[in-house]
Each structure stands twice: as structure tokens, then as C-alpha cells.
Design a protein around this ligand. Structure first.
Ligand code: GTQ
Length: 359
């Protein structure tokens, strides 16, 4: 086993080092490079994520999202979104290595025209009322905290029939699909897709402990439930609050495709958790970098190992990132509900996912 803490070059004499450098230059022209100079970085003992812990306070960025609404229309932009870029990954449209996030604004009377793409998207409604998302011919009214999905290759358009601006968080697997070079997209001929099913049809058919008689899905197929209403999520989180609390998670549940028990979409895992006022979670880490959004209450997130930790004070609508294998501890100032998402199902299906409960 080579000593990964000591670069091979350091141990060598000056002559050997010079000979090696000359050799590296010669093989460089042939499109080759020595593994031993990079092995430690390629095969790390544990994840060394380049992702930075970062917090966006909604109240501080809201005015800029609104300003975008005065500079470009939803129709001109196709999607009027301010991308949340991880400060360590600027220019790559990434919030983590595998995931994209942005804040989408839609003004009264606007339509973000119908299109589809192989990237999967989730929406978490943060601000305003009166907007809808249409997925596969069915419209869903967007209410605060609702988690809505647009699975890979489903047509979707967004509109606002209300009287004020509406903002939601978009989460997409754009970097993952880009990495795989598997991106396809097309615009629909129709600006708004034809409504073929009444609102609530999917939820009634697939989201109420019942399924159509002949309905069968494989684990990788996305949920036919397009909206996971916040009212229902809240009800479950409060409903389990009389039982024992998990020291590392509080009361935490994962969203599922009810027909399979797997994640609503194959590339993104989504979670909701409740922390009672005054409760602090024990530190916990996992190999999926995650994006957290506070929907109710607020508190303190401590990210990373003691001595080099990052501490964020967060409140409602604030968004923060926890990099892979960084310990997270959450302390609730008030009764708090946090939504989060990550690439966990991808790691799990590939046999890569790890977690560790600390302390
Ligand atoms: O709503 O379809 O934030 O296609 C980025 C790409 C949103 C969308 C984004 C998209 C969309």
C-alpha cells in the first residue's frame, strides 16, 4: 500500500524527481499521465467533497427574484429562474455535484410554456398563491410547502391565474444527467398543454392507499402522484410526534412512490422532518450531499466536524446545503419543519450510499 500522505516525488532525490518530470512531459504528449501522482485524490479514504456548506436567506434574495420579473417575462425566459450556485462550483449551475436548484418566479397572467426533458424536476412552493403546474395533462394548484414532481420526459408548463407573484424552489438532476450525457429536451407545440384529467385525479387514483386494478410499476419508474400536499405531510409529521423521537433525525419521513415504496423519482430522494421546539439532533452524516429548506420555524444548523464547523441560523424559506460526509446537527428554536432532497436513491441503487450516526 503506498503512503498517500507523502507524494511520491517528495521522497525521491532531485535527480529522480527531474527524470520523472521529464517522463511526465513526454507521456503527456501521448495523452497519458501517471496514476501515482493522483491516486489519493482519485480513490479517497472517505469523500472529500468540493461542495461548500452554504445558506440562502429567502428574505435577502426575494427582492432580486422579484427584480428578475421586471427585466424579463416568463415567455421570453422560457423559465424565469435564478440559479442557486454552490460558491465552490460557480459557473456550473450546481448546488451540489449532482443536483441543480433555482428559484422560479411566475407573475399573474404568465405562462411558462410546455416542454419536456430527460432531467427530472421537483418543485417546493415557497411564496405566493394562485399558480399551477400542469404535468401530463393534469393541473396542480401550488400551495405553500407543496412538493410537486415533474418526472423525466413528462410535459410540464406552469401558470399563474392569481393576483400576485409566486415563487418556488426547483430541484433538478441537471448535473447528473449532464455527467451522463443523457440530456434530451423538446418544446411542445402548445403553450399550455391540454388538460385531460381533472385536478386531483392522480392523487385520488394513486395517492390514497389505493391503486388502479392493473397498475404495476418497477422501482425506477416515477410516481403517478404529482403533488405531495404540505397539509398531508404536516399531518403525518405531527401524527408521529407522540411516539419516540429519533436522536439523529427528530421525526423524519421519506416521500415515496406509493405504488413501489421507492423514491418518487429515481434520481432524487426527498424527505420531511419535524423538530420540536428546543430539540437538537445528534450529529449525523451520509454520503449524499443534501439541500435543506425550512418550511416552518427555524433554528441552527451545525455542519462539519467540531473545530471546523459551519453554523447557519435559518428561518422559514431559507435554503442550506450539507456536503457529502459532513456531520449535520440541527437545533430547533421553534417547532420546525424541514424539507430536504439529495441523490440518495442513485447512490443506494448503485450500492454506494453510506451513513453514520455520530456521538
Ligand atoms: O420548470 O421546466 O429551474 O426546465 C430549470 C429547467 C426549471 C422547468 C428549472 C427547467 C425548469
Amino acid at each position: 500500500m503506498m503512503d498517500r500522505n507523502e507524494p511520491a516525488e517528495k521522497a525521491a532525490s532531485a535527480d529522480v524527481a527531474a527524470a520523472r518530470r521529464a517522463f511526465y512531459d513526454r507521456i503527456d504528449r501521448l495523452g497519458m499521465t501517471p496514476l501515482w501522482e493522483v491516486l489519493g485524490a482519485l480513490v479517497p479514504v472517505q469523500p472529500k467533497s468540493p461542495v461548500a456548506p452554504v445558506l440562502w436567506c429567502y428574505d435577502r434574495i426575494r427582492e432580486h427574484v422579484m427584480e428578475a420579473g421586471r427585466l424579463i417575462t416568463a415567455a421570453q425566459a422560457e423559465r424565469r429562474v435564478l440559479v442557486l450556485e454552490n460558491p465552490a462550483l460557480r459557473g456550473q449551475s450546481c448546488i451540489t455535484q449532482s443536483l441543480y436548484a433555482g428559484l422560479q418566479l411566475i407573475l399573474p397572467g404568465e405562462v411558462a410554456p410546455a416542454h419536456r426533458h430527460t432531467q427530472s424536476a421537483l418543485r417546493l412552493v415557497l411564496d405566493g398563491v394562485g399558480a399551477y403546474t400542469a404535468v401530463d395533462g393534469e393541473r396542480t394548484t401550488m400551495r405553500f410547502g407543496d412538493f410537486i414532481i415533474t418526472p423525466s420526459w413528462t410535459f410540464h408548463d406552469h401558470g399563474n391565474d392569481g393576483s400576485g407573484p409566486v415563487v418556488w424552489l426547483d430541484g433538478l438532476d441537471i448535473p447528473l444527467v449532464r455527467f451522463l450525457d443523457a440530456g434530451f429536451a423538446e418544446k411542445s407545440a402548445a403553450k399550455s398543454q391540454a388538460v385531460t384529467r381533472p385536478e386531483g385525479d392522480s392523487l385520488a387514483r394513486y395517492g390514497n392507499n389505493l391503486l388502479p386494478l392493473d397498475h404495476e410499476q418497477t422501482p425506477a419508474q416515477p410516481s403517478k402522484v404529482f403533488v405531495y400536499p404540505f397539509a398531508r405531510t404536516r399531518e403525518s409529521l405531527l401524527g408521529i410526534s407522540k411516539s419516540a423521537i429519533d436522536a439523529h433525525h427528530g421525526f423524519k419521513l421519506r416521500f415515496v412512490n406509493p405504488a413501489t415504496g421507492h423514491s418518487p423519482m429515481p434520481t432524487m430522494g426527498t424527505f420531511a422532518q419535524r423538530l420540536p421546539a428546543g430539540f437538537s439532533t445528534r450529529p449525523y452524516r451520509s454520503s449524499d450531499s443534501s439541500v435543506h429548506v425550512c418550511l416552518e420555524g427555524g433554528g441552527r444548523a451545525t455542519i462539519g466536524r467540531p473545530g471546523e464547523e459551519t453554523v447557519f441560523e435559518f428561518g422559514e424559506r431559507d435554503i442550506f446545503v450539507v456536503p457529502s460526509w459532513h456531520a449535520l446537527s440541527l437545533a430547533a428554536r421553534q417547532d420546525t419543519i424541514v424539507f430536504s432532497f439529495s441523490d440518495r436513491p442513485v447512490q443506494q441503487v448503485l450500492g454506494l450510499w453510506r451513513e453514520e450516526r455520530l456521538d
